[in-house]
Design a binder for this molecule. Structure first.
Ligand code: URP
Ligand code: ZN
Ligand code: ZN
Length: 472
């Protein structure tokens, strides 16, 4: 199958140019001067299909490096399966996800890895890779890290919160980081001081403060900044590279920026919810409504300026990329578990379908450039997690994962079910986007066109990742 995408503006991290893109089979064969002729040959006459991208941007497919499909968590499971979540991802222009295999205490890491493959194989509409969560850092887990790297799982997440569920103590973190310093893995950190949070939660509940907003008030920015600083120090001690996930506090960004300025290999991601939503407006909504936005790290106070600081950090590269931390739960039967006790609300927000649009709105509002949009949504996640060259770029030899984005289009995330995620609400209801995902290709196959999903669950393939390409 040969496809010519003609008339568009190709955008990569380094710039934009009017160009036609020739796709041959699963990969990009050529990026050509507009007009679709090569050595005098009219290419349009020699391909199976021509996609007209006139007036549109032709960008590398989105790479969402932080999702939790079907994750058992908080007494329930994330409501998107690999099938529903990756189909929603395709709708929104994300053509690769990196999902987290979970090891809970006493579980065998390699058994869990096999179980995640079983869930995902044949069930994904877009390509997928895996990170591994380590909740039980013991000798067997450390040995498993080496085996997983050979399998293409080159990044490992630890938690400094959720005692008895995910939490690793500082000694365990140190041991895992020592291992990573040795084998080249990228350590990912959920940086919140769990012991402090647990006390504040018990005190709030004892005082009768049970509403969703107390989820945020009992996870203050100090708990995030302190844990971020501690993780950075432990990483420095061991020489391991560190990637801090879902950064939401400006003081945590400051810790990351200081470490980077010292020359340490420390990276940070934020998520759309920390750029747009707030403790006052969403988490503090009347009644139980705020449960829709319970996630950790929590939404922060707009009065304290965290959201503006996240945008600034993305612009200045103090933060390097945007993932969703897609971890959806329905209100009915799931979020509702926390009526009368905010600590029982499952933690997570669903956004996998909206990341490209939400971040494009940052281009429209002048917060980031068009090239930076592509960089933080596609190029850097691919490079950070060892996929760049195959993913994250429109260039000869790359997988033809391509989004044709229409800047003259419009996307309303309106009332009712205007999305395809398996959720009974949207955390983004009411958001208007001055742009639209027009056409989506994954390895040369059209998944979305003309307002329809024409892809197939089962099209998505496992991506065996290299070590991070962000280090010398
Ligand atoms: O609230 C969140 N973030 N849920 C998903 C699990 C995690 O910590 O990433
Ligand atoms: Zn986390
Ligand atoms: Zn997460």
């Amino acid at each position: 199958m040969k496809t010519l995408i003609s008339g568009g503006t190709v955008v990569n991290a380094t710039g934009r140019a009017p160009a036609d893109v020739l796709v041959d089979g699963e990969t990009v064969a050529a990026v050509l001067a507009p007009g679709s002729t090569a050595l005098g040959v009219d290419l349009a006459a020699h391909v199976d299909q021509v996609i007209d991208a006139t007036g549109k941007y032709v960008v590398p497919g989105g790479v969402d490096a932080h999702t939790h499909m079907e994750m058992p968590f908080g007494g329930t499971s994330a409501s998107d399966t690999f099938a529903t979540g990756t189909t929603a991802a395709a709708w929104g222009g994300t053509t690769t996800i990196v999902d987290f295999v979970v090891q809970y205490p006493e579980q065998n890491v390699l058994d869990q890895y096999a179980a995640w493959h079983e869930k995902a194989a044949g069930s994904c509409a877009v390509d997928y890779g895996f990170h591994q969560i380590l909740s039980d850092v013991q000798d067997s887990s450390l040995h498993a890290m080496d085996e997983l790297i050979a399998e293409g799982v080159t990044s490992f997440k630890l938690f400094m919160a959720y005692k008895g569920v995910f939490l690793s103590d500082d000694g365990q973190i140190l041991r895992a980081m020592q291992k990573a310093a040795d084998n080249g893995a990228l350590m990912m950190m959920h940086a919140e001081n769990g012991a402090v949070i647990d006390v504040l939660v018990q005190q709030a509940l004892a005082a009768g403060n049970t509403a969703p907003v107390f989820h945020g008030l009992t996870r203050p920015w100090q708990a995030e900044a302190e844990a971020t600083s501690r993780a950075i120090m432990l990483a420095d001690l061991t020489g391991a590279p560190l990637y801090v996930v879902h950064v939401s506090a400006k003081q945590a960004v400051e810790q990351i920026a200081l470490a980077r300025d010292r020359g340490q290999n420390v990276f940070g991601e934020t998520c759309p919810q920390y750029l747009y939503l707030s403790l006052e407006e969403q988490l503090g909504a009347p009644g139980f409504e705020g449960a829709k936005w319970v996630c950790s790290t929590p939404l922060r106070s707009r009065a304290e300026g965290h959201q503006d600081h996240m945008w600034q950090a993305l612009r200045t590269n103090d933060l390097q990329l945007v993932s969703t931390d897609h971890c959806p739960f329905c209100m009915k039967d799931q979020k509702e578990m926390g009526v009368g006790d905010f600590s029982k609300i499952p933690n997570g927000i669903g956004s996998v379908e909206h990341r490209m649009d939400l971040m494009y709105q940052g281009v429209v509002s002048g917060r980031i450039s068009l090239e930076r949009w592509v960089e933080i949504c596609s190029v850097t996640p691919a490079r950070m997690f060892g996929m760049y060259g195959r993913k994250g770029v429109v260039a000869p030899g790359a997988d033809a994962d391509i989004v044709i984005y229409d800047p003259a289009g419009h996307t309303s995330i309106g009332l009712g079910k205007t999305h395809h995620m398996n959720m009974d609400y949207s955390a983004w209801e009411g958001f208007e986007i001055d742009g639209h995902v027009d056409t989506v290709l994954s390895r040369g196959t059209v998944l979305v066109t003309g307002g329809e999903f024409v892809g197939r669950v089962g099209h998505g393939r496992y991506v065996k990742r290299d070590l991070t390409q962000y280090l010398v």
